[in-house]
Structures are given as structure tokens and as C-alpha cells.
Design a protein. Structure first.
Length: 477
């Protein structure tokens, strides 16, 4: 615990939804919900206008639509949000070398380590300057909490929302926490909260009065002792500049339960490829492959396999995930699949068996290609090919066929236009998808700095309409 409020917690306000409103003038001041739009999608972020209808993050999207039927429902643009997050994190890095990101829109900063604050007055100045800089750089607002510990700084930023700053003086923590719900403390989720409620503890002061021994009896040594200290307002966790990733994973929830075993296997292989992509992007490899399966009855199974050494080879991860799938009963249907890699390392130890198999496959492919080339060499210029039987030539066996050689024409693939995503039209310029269906796509043409734009409708395969790039929220001079 510190004697000065030099730990800062920044939380961007309704980040995903606010970014969408800033980039789409027609949505400013209106309810916006960002998340998965399928029947099993969930809300990632809701704008403050949508929250007035009771919509909140992690809510099923179907429920959100019932509460706010007139809101704009958009698919997330994570690359866009990540680019804004990088700008924000750069500003935080100017304040201190100790910045601990928690997510794209949230981080702790040790102001004392950066030499920008050593008391309440200087901490407040640093916090206010940060808020001004974030608005000028990104066009978005963030809320700032300042305190002598990470726990209290996070509580302060929550109180500051939206677009505010709250400073909590060290020494006032117990008074601040006493009347609050136990759920305000880190690590107290719905299950722990209900367990404490049944024991007659609903406020933080109840925990403090119960004593450490009682909390240890109820929750176990580690959790009970930690919770007792937090109830006293005590938190000595440092701001850690780099938090090592423990695992990399991806998962998908399906709109309709999957029953086809071949389809399930293909989805697992696709997830394995995506997982390896993230693994490589982070500069890691891993030893343990993890498969997650949520079945039709919401039961969730996790299976894992540990390799002899770390790998970032997609074929190794794909095959391991496939082996794990063989041990899972998917008869009743699957609603979610996930593939992850843990036991991360900064180096790769190649799997010799996988390498040998890959080389064998390559040799087999080369042999097949050679055979195909030999077969094609026997095709005459007129397009006829002779088939020679084991007992002699074509004339002797009477085995003659005519094979017409025609170029393969790929089947046209209908383009998918996700609501909220960027497009560009050859005539009308930049815009975003309002919706699509029945072979048509509706686009609103506007930019971050423009007035609300006009809406036009096109065929989904209109050659003049193409996917676009997100435009910056603040103009670059």
C-alpha cells in the first residue's frame, strides 16, 4: 500500500461501442450493441444509450434485441479496436515504464515509477492530462481512477464512469469499502458471492467483522486469507510491465448444434490453424494441446495432450487436437469448440515424427504429380486419350475412350457483408454495412468527420462495392 495515490487505472468508456459511434456519425447518441449476431451470440459492449434499456456485456444477444429492438447491432471490428488501443497504450507508456495492460481498453500505470507523480496533486494533474491526450489522439473518452493500490484504483475508475476522474486518498480505503457489496472485491464472482450470502455476509464490512479464520473455513486458506486482507482495504500487488501469456486459444460457438462428425473434425482443424496463427504472432510455441467441447446439454469437456517438446507446427497441433476429439462423445451435438496451446516457450523443438510424416506426404504428392504429368502426356492434341490394358495396347483390348479437356470454372461465391464493417464504393466512397440479405446489401456512406450520410442498396455481388479499411477517428495533419 502506498502513502500517495500514484497507481492509475484507465478504463476506456464503452470502448467497442464508443469506437463505432465515433466512426459512424449517424449512430452518435443512439443505442449501439457490439457482439456476435447469431442466435447464440453475446454482447461484447453496449453503448451507454443501450444500457438504459438494460443491455449489458455478456448478455445473450437475443435478450438484448428484446430489450432494445431499435438499437444498432454490429459485428466487432477487432483490428480497428486494436489500432486505437495501441495509441492509448503509447500515451500510457509516456507516463511510466510500468504499464500493465489488462485488455485492449484497460490498464494500470505506476505514476511514481515514471517520476510524474509523488502526491495527490501531481497524480491528479497526470490523470487529467492523460484524459485530455486520449481524447485528442483517439476521439474517445476514458475514465481514470487514482489510489494507493491496484484494487482501489480500479474501483475508483468504475466510480468515475463515464468520462471522469476519481482520486481516493490512501487511508480511507476501509471507510470506502465497508458498505459495498462483497462482489466489489476481486475474485468474488456469483458463486463465491452466493456462498458468502448464505453465510450471512453481503457487505465488505461483514467480511472484516467475520475475521480471517471464518473466511478461511468457508473458502479455504488461500482465498479466505486473501479476501480478508482485501476487506481491510489492503492490496500490495505491484504494477507489472509485462504479463507473460500462459496460453493461447481460440473458440467458436455455433448457431446450430453440430452433429456431423466429419464437420466437427473440420472445425477442430480450422480452429487449430487459427490457434497456431496466434501462437506464432505472439512469438511463442507450446507443449500442451487443449481441446474444449461444449455439448448440446451445456456440459463442457476439456481434453489435453502434452508433447515431448514445444511446437508451433500447425500439422502437429491439428493432429493432436484430432486425437483428442476421438476421445470425446459428440453424439448429442456440439454447440462450442475450442483449441488452445499452453506450456508456452520462446523456442520450438521440432516434432521429428511430424516432420517425417510431412516429408513422406511431400514425396507422395511429388509422385502423384509425376503420375499425373505422365498421364497428361498421353493426351493427344485432339483431346482423345488411349487406355492401355495389362494384356496389350488399346487396339488389342478395345479400350479406347475420349476425354474432353475443359478448363475448370470455379463456382461463384456469394460475398458476405457483416453489419458494421467497412466498405468502399467506386462512386460513393467510404461507408459501412447496415445490413444484408436476400441478395442485397444496404450501405450508409459516411466518414468519422462527416455529417450523417445517405443510405443506398446494392446487389451483394456489385463489382463496384468492395471491403474497405477503417478510417482514423481523428484526422492526421
Amino acid at each position: 500500500m502506498r502513502a500517495a495515490p500514484t497507481i492509475l487505472h484507465l478504463d476506456m468508456d464503452a470502448f467497442f461501442a464508443a469506437a463505432e459511434q465515433a466512426s459512424k456519425p449517424s449512430l452518435r447518441g443512439k443505442p449501439v450493441v457490439v457482439g456476435g449476431l447469431g442466435p447464440r451470440g453475446v454482447v461484447a459492449t453496449a453503448s451507454y444509450e443501450a444500457r438504459r434499456f438494460g443491455v449489458h456485456s455478456a448478455m445473450p444477444m437475443g435478450q438484448a434485441r428484446r430489450l432494445a429492438p431499435n438499437a444498432a447491432y454490429l459485428v466487432p471490428r477487432f483490428s480497428f479496436y486494436r489500432s486505437i488501443s495501441e495509441q492509448v497504450m503509447e500515451l500510457l507508456g509516456r507516463l511510466s515504464p510500468l504499464v500493465e495492460p489488462l485488455s485492449l481498453d484497460e490498464a494500470f500505470v505506476d505514476l511514481e515509477a515514471g517520476g510524474v507523480a509523488d502526491d495527490s496533486a501531481s497524480a491528479r494533474v497526470a490523470g487529467e492530462r492523460l484524459r485530455v491526450d486520449i481524447l485528442a489522439t483517439t476521439g474517445l473518452t476514458g475514465s481514470v481512477g487514482l489510489a494507493g493500490s491496484k484494487m482501489i484504483a480500479k474501483i475508483a475508475s468504475e466510480e468515475a464512469k463515464p468520462d471522469g476522474l476519481v482520486l481516493i486518498e490512501p487511508g480511507t480505503e476501509r471507510e470506502l469499502l465497508a458498505p459495498r457489496s462483497v462482489r466489489i472485491l476481486p475474485g468474488v464472482g456469483p458463486a463465491t458471492g452466493e456462498h458468502l450470502r448464505r453465510a450471512g455476509m453481503t457487505t465488505v464490512s461483514d467480511l472484516a467483522e467475520a475475521g480471517e479464520d471464518e473466511l478461511v473455513r468457508l473458502l479455504g486458506r488461500a482465498h479466505g486469507a486473501s479476501l480478508y486482507l482485501m476487506a481491510q482495504g489492503y492490496d500490495d500487488r505491484p504494477v507489472v510491465a509485462e504479463r507473460d501469456a500462459k496460453s493461447v486459444s481460440v473458440e467458436d460457438t455455433f448457431d446450430v448444434d453440430l452433429h456431423d462428425r466429419v464437420r466437427i473434425r473440420l472445425e477442430v482443424e480450422r480452429l487449430a490453424e487459427r490457434c497456431v496463427g496466434r501462437l506464432r504472432a505472439s512469438g511463442h510455441s507450446g507443449r500442451t494441446i487443449v481441446l474444449k467441447v461444449r455439448r448440446f446439454d451445456f456440459s463442457t469437456l476439456t481434453r489435453s495432450e502434452t508433447l515431448r517438446g514445444p511446437t508451433d507446427d500447425p500439422s502437429v497441433v491439428r493432429e493432436a487436437a484430432g486425437r483428442l476429439l476421438e476421445a470425446v462423445d459428440t453424439t448429442g451435438g456440439v454447440r462450442l469448440l475450442g483449441v488452445g496451446v499452453s506450456g508456452l516457450a520462446d523456442y520450438t523443438q521440432e516434432d521429428l515424427f511430424a516432420q517425417a510424416e510431412a516429408e513422406a506426404e511431400a514425396e507422395g504428392a511429388a509422385a502423384s504429380a509425376a503420375a499425373a504429368a505422365a498421364a497428361s502426356a498421353s493426351v493427344s492434341g485432339s483431346g482423345s486419350a488411349s487406355v492401355v490394358g495389362a494384356g496389350g495396347d488399346a487396339a488389342a483390348t478395345g479400350a479406347s475412350v475420349v476425354a474432353s479437356v475443359e478448363p475448370e470454372v470455379p463456382e461463384p461465391v456469394e460475398r458476405h457483408w457483416a453489419p458494421g464493417h467497412d466498405v468502399r464504393h467506386a462512386v460513393y466512397g467510404a461507408g459501412w454495412v447496415q445490413g444484408s440479405g436476400v441478395g442485397r446489401v444496404t450501405v450508409r456512406f459516411e466518414e468519422p468527420g462527416s455529417e450523417p450520410g445517405r443510405v443506398r442498396t446494392f446487389a451483394v455481388d456489385d463489382p463496384e462495392l468492395e471491403p474497405g479499411e477503417a478510417l482514423p477517428l481523428v484526422g492526421r495533419g
